[in-house]
Every structure is written in structure tokens, then in C-alpha cells.
Design a binder for this molecule. Structure first.
Ligand code: MD6
Ligand code: FE
Length: 148
């Protein structure tokens, strides 16, 4: 229902894909179901994502420490699915300068965060060189959100 867009006016969630001038493709039910079940397993019942951001990381790419705070509903968790090359997830605190845990993420891993931890700082260390048996020299991360 919603996708992350950027233009001269800045960044925001939008119901229209600006490249096609049409609504985004529907979330595959299997993906929405996986996100719902992963959230429930982590204690967040009733998660119904309306957005899935897809980020591709090539070797060397990183994601600096940040908070996910562009979603209207911050009572809903974030569900993050990692595919392809392994990565190190940085799990910080409520302040940018808090110490970070380093969590290895491998193909198929799912991370859920929400509740009191919903706005924790987090990021991804620079991806190491390599090639994944299925996806080749890349990592793909899906994050499911309740954005609207
Ligand atoms: C990850 N991704 O790739 C963590 N945040 O493991 C994120 O923290 C993230 O993929 C905001 C927007 C897109 C993302
Ligand atoms: Fe994030």
C-alpha cells in the first residue's frame, strides 16, 4: 500500500510509485504472512504490514546508525528479513552514542524489534566481499512495516 520515495521535497511514504504513476505492486501474501508470524513469535500479535522496503547491498555497502521513525504507527514492530551474503547488524540503544551489539545475520535470518525497542538506533557494518550460492555477490534485506 505504501512505498518509500524521494524527490526535491524530501523523503516520505507514498501510495503511488512515482516511476510508474500507479499504486505499488501488492505485497505477496506469503511475505505478509511471514512477517505476521515472525512478529507474533516475538510477542507482537496482529502485525499487518502495509509497506515492505527492499534494500540491496553490494560488498562494501553499509547502513550507518539510524532510527526508523518515519512510520506513523510506532506501536507496530519492524520485521527484517536478510537474504544473500552475511552481514553484521549493529544493535544500539536509545541514543546514537550508546554501545552497540554486533549480531551476525545470515541468509534467511529474521529480526523483529518493537515496543520499548522500536526506536533503538541500528545499522549494518560494511558488507564483506563474497558470493552467495543463491543470490551471488549481494545481500538483499526486506523490512516490513506498518507505515500508514
Ligand atoms: C538491515 N535495515 O538491512 C537493516 N532501515 O539489516 C534497516 O535498518 C533499514 O533496510 C530503514 C530503511 C530500510 C532498511
Ligand atoms: Fe532501519
Amino acid at each position: 500500500e505504501l512505498g518509500w520515495t524521494s524527490d526535491r521535497r524530501g523523503y516520505r511514504y507514498s501510495a503511488i510509485d512515482p516511476e510508474r504513476g500507479r499504486p505499488w505492486p501488492a505485497m505477496p501474501p506469503a511475505f505478509a504472512g511471514l512477517a505476521h508470524e515472525a512478529a507474533a513469535a516475538a510477542g507482537f500479535e496482529g502485525f499487518a504490514p502495509d509497506a515492505c522496503l527492499i534494500n540491496r547491498y553490494a560488498p562494501g555497502a553499509r547502513l550507518s546508525l539510524h532510527q526508523d521513525r518515519d512510520e506513523r504507527d510506532d506501536t507496530a514492530p519492524i520485521v527484517s528479513v536478510s537474504l544473500g551474503l552475511p552481514a553484521t547488524f549493529l544493535w544500539g540503544g536509545q541514543a546514537r552514542t550508546d554501545p552497540t551489539l554486533k549480531l551476525p545475520l545470515r541468509h534467511g535470518d529474521v529480526v523483529v524489534w518493537g515496543g520499548a525497542d522500536r526506536l533503538r538506533f541500528h545499522g549494518v557494518s560494511p558488507l564483506k566481499d563474497g558470493s552467495h550460492a543463491v543470490l551471488g555477490p549481494q545481500r538483499i534485506n526486506l523490512t516490513f512495516r506498518r507505515a500508514g
